[in-house]
Design a protein around this ligand. Structure first.
Ligand SMILES: *Cc1c(COP(=O)(O)O)cnc(C)c1O
Length: 802
């Protein structure tokens, strides 16, 4: 079917007719997209079966990656690319008058995630399959992914996302694998032969039905599985419940993704989702293991379960429940198996983002799980007492349940054998500060795994023009081994290469400029610097610092006719959590500044500001290749790693950033000459917090530039402003600027000035840009996944005959 162009064309036309009962000339682009999608799924089905067969018969250790989010984006293009049939399909379709790039636009993004954490899970799946590793994803099939964002009058408006509206060609419903998940009710304890037994009575039962999505590796036979669970009513509602109420409440469990990147929503439904994911996945994993091994006693030798942040941490008590109540193992043996099976990644040190569940919510919803967590806590505290007798404070601080709260991170650390941070500095902060007591008690559990991104989606697929230039220059080896991109470094002085490299960037800027004009009506100058900040909107990410700098540039242009600067286009993309008032005000502010500077005849040739609505994976794929400058300006110590920073680097954008998260490792790789670092260090920030020695009003009063832009937030500068930005003003002045925006303002202005001057030296800039691409290989998620596989999961490649 895909072995020759002619064969492909014939098969495509045939498939389209049988699927839709109409002829090609009457087909719509969506029919054509669906046809191609189905053909690919059929094409890979034999490899999918073979991968599962091999895993079963050869009994390889399997890894399951449990994540409440998978931000996949579109799958058609990456599947065609990984299967090595993109070009053939493109040519074949072209002969039928179809553009493959346009066909791709018919696929809705699978937006089952908020941002970095969910996208990381998606990159990991791609690397696992591409490295032939037996690793699978377990998640929730949300009916509505992250909301669609519209900008109306400068404000964010949220619309429900509907990715399943036209069906999903990639998924297969596996009703035969459905399992039941129990909530509420009570636990009956009885003693049988002197042994306690526990029975969950009067539970409300929900059916979890898996939908499987194949995960295709690059140029391999491996097809792993992403299993997404759908919540459905059981045929006969238990406890004589009202059928309609029961149905509605059941379906709500997999209805919406919680649209919050950092805080916990504090809703029962959220806890229900977490247990639903974990219980369905664990039951399924255990069943498969039992079929293959006949016992659960060697589970930890054949299964690794990874929890992506604390959202799936109930995997620990759920596995204990299965081993104790169903398998009837002793506590000690069950605990040993559980700890050795589970590993945990921490994603943040922001205290408001650490999950803590009130006992009054947890206990009634999950009565048996709560009993087990209590027992885990008691035994843990006893062990602490043995090591630190009479150190009440320490034991209280480390307890899993304290002050009527269940601390999910504490449970994750106690119940797993590995705890990792996601960048060097983040792991150091975990060890030395945030989780210091745990690190003292369990030093051997802590390790670092710096995040990565799949270079296949973010370079090969998103930027085919740059990928071709690289392959023409250094050969195709980098696709399998991205560290070979290093060979580009020797071409950075090569004038001919530099010009081609420049040509690719210009082409991508022109493509983005076209899209910007279509979407916003703003015409941007492709000779200007494309200065980009795209990521979730959050105070700690400091979009505000970027905006205040733009306001300052505007003020300079207005005040000083002799001031010159290289023209710049500031590009933003960001969704704010719907309940995050402050973040939404920042979006409005960006759009107000855009309105002002884009329309002022004195500034519009040199300054442009655009806000691209509905930032998501497919839009990101058009943005990164076009960026000159990558804005990574979080308050130092706050961004655990960042992965957007890596996508920019791989596409030749130069970073303007603080020494935070993976920016530090980007600097180490690219070299200090090829990055623009500014601002407070993490140590300085933490010192300020401890000493209380920061006064934002000092910076306001002593720097005229700051006073001017801050006053402009409230003095009528924005025609449509009113008291719109009072909350932002207050955050800076009244609430003493928690994120040090004013403290870092002057260094940021200086470094941005240097960016502009450096850009004017075209050769110097191209050298910097090329150096970044050349050193970006370290940030492939293949490296990250190899480290997880070797150090934590102990899984090995399953080599296939090809
Ligand atoms: C990479 C990515 C992110 C994460 O960006 P950060 O800058 O690391 O916060 C968020 N959303 C999308 C769509 C992405 O592709």
């Amino acid at each position: 079917m895909f072995s020759s162009k002619e064969g492909f064309k014939a098969a495509f036309l045939d498939k389209l007719e049988t699927m839709y009962g109409k002829s090609f000339k009457d087909s719509t682009p969506r029919d054509q997209y669906n046809t191609l999608g189905h053909m690919i799924r059929e094409y890979i089905s034999s490899r999918w079966i073979a991968t599962n067969e091999r895993n079963r018969t050869e009994n390889h250790k399997q890894m399951y990656y449990l994540s409440i989010e998978f931000l996949l984006g579109r799958l058609l293009g990456s599947n065609l690319m990984n299967l090595g049939i993109w070009k053939m399909c493109e040519e074949g379709l072209q002969e039928l008058g179809i553009s493959l790039n346009e066909l791709e636009e018919n696929e809705a993004d699978a937006g089952l995630g908020n941002g970095g954490l969910g996208r990381l899970a998606a990159c990991f799946l791609d690397s696992l399959a591409s490295l032939n590793l037996p690793g699978h994803g377990c998640g929730i099939r949300y009916k509505h992914g992250l909301f669609d964002q519209k900008i109306v009058n400068g404000y964010q408006v949220e619309l429900p996302e509907q990715w399943l509206r036209h069906g999903n060609v990639w998924e297969v419903r596996r009703h035969d694998q459905a399992v039941e998940v129990s909530f509420w009710g009570n636990v009956e304890t009885s003693k049988i032969d002197g042994k306690l037994e526990f029975h969950h009575r009067k539970a409300e039962v929900i059916m979890a039905v898996p939908y499987d999505i194949p995960v295709v590796g690059y140029d391999t036979e491996t097809v792993n599985t992403l299993r997404l669970w759908n919540a459905e009513p059981v045929p006969f509602p238990p406890n004589n419940q009202n059928v309609l109420v029961y149905k509605r409440e059941t379906e709500a469990v997999s209805e919406f993704l919680y649209p919050d990147d950092t805080h916990d929503e504090g809703k029962i439904l959220r806890l229900k989702q977490q247990y639903f994911l974990v219980s369905a996945s664990l039951q399924n994993i255990v069943k498969l293991h039992r079929e293959r091994n006949g016992t659960l006693r060697n589970l930890h030798e054949k299964v690794a379960i990874h929890i992506n942040d604390t959202h799936p941490v109930l995997a620990i008590p759920e596995l204990m429940r299965i081993l104790l109540d169903e398998e009837k193992l002793s506590w000690e043996e069950a605990w040993n198996i559980t700890v050795n099976t589970v590993s945990y990644t921490n994603h943040t040190t922001l205290s408001e983002a650490l999950e803590k569940w009130p006992v009054r919510i947890f206990q009634p919803l999950l009565p048996r799980i709560y009993m087990i967590v209590e027992e885990i806590n008691e035994r843990f505290c006893r062990d602490l007492w043995d090591k630190y007798p009479y150190d009440w404070k320490r034991i209280e601080d480390m307890a899993i349940i304290a002050h009527d709260l269940v601390k999910m991170a504490h449970l994750a650390i106690a119940g797993s054998h590995s705890v990792n941070g996601v960048a060097k500095i983040h792991t150091d902060i975990l060890k030395k500060r945030e989780m210091q007591l745990f690190h003292e008690y369990y030093p051997e559990k802590f390790n670092n795994k710096t995040n990565g991104i799949t270079h296949r989606r973010w370079l090969l697929k998103a930027n085919p023009q740059l990928a071709s230039l690289i392959t023409d220059t250094i050969g195709p080896g980098w696709i399998r081994k991205p560290t070979e991109l290093q060979a580009l470094a020797s071409y950075k002085q090569d004038a001919a290469f530099r010009e081609k490299f420049h040509g690719v960037k210009q082409l991508r800027k022109e493509l983005l400029a076209k899209r910007i004009e279509e979407q916003t009506g703003v015409r941007v100058d492709t000779n200007s610097i494309f200065d980009v900040q795209v990521k979730r909107l959050h105070a700690y990410k400091r979009q505000l610092l970027n905006v205040l700098h733009i306001m300052h540039l505007y003020n300079r242009l207005k005040e000083d006719q002799s001031f010159t600067m290289h023209p710049r286009t500031f590009i933003f993309g960001a969704k704010a959590s719907p309940g995050y008032y402050y973040a939404k005000k920042i979006i409005k502010l960006i759009n107000e500044v855009a309105e002002k500077v884009n329309n002022d005849p004195q500034t519009r040739d040199r300054l442009k500001v655009v806000f691209l609505e509905n930032y998501r994976v497919s839009l990101a794929e058009d943005i990164f290749p076009a960026a000159d400058v990558s804005e990574q300006i979080s308050t130092a110590s706050k961004e655990a790693s960042g992965t957007g920073n890596m996508k920019f680097m791989m596409n030749g954008a130069v970073t303007v950033g603080t020494l935070d998260g993976a920016n530090i490792e980007i600097q180490e790789e690219a070299g200090t000459d090829n990055i623009f670092i500014f601002g407070l260090t993490a140590e300085e920030v933490l010192h300020y917090y401890q000493s209380g020695g920061y006064r934002s009003s000092d910076y306001y009063h002593h720097d005229k530039r700051i006073k001017k832009v801050v006053d402009q937030l409230i003095n009528g500068f924005f025609p449509d402003g009113g008291d719109e930005f009072e909350a932002i003003y207050d955050s800076l002045i009244v609430q003493n600027d928690e994120y040090f925006v004013l403290r870092d303002f002057a260094p940021y202005v200086d470094v941005q000035d240097l960016v502009g001057k450096t850009y004017e030296n075209r050769n110097r800039w191209l050298e910097m840009s090329i150096s970044n691409v050349a050193r970006s290989g370290y940030f492939t998620s293949d490296r990250t996944i190899s480290q997880y596989a070797f150090d934590i999961w102990h899984i090995n490649p399953v080599f296939a005959r090809k």
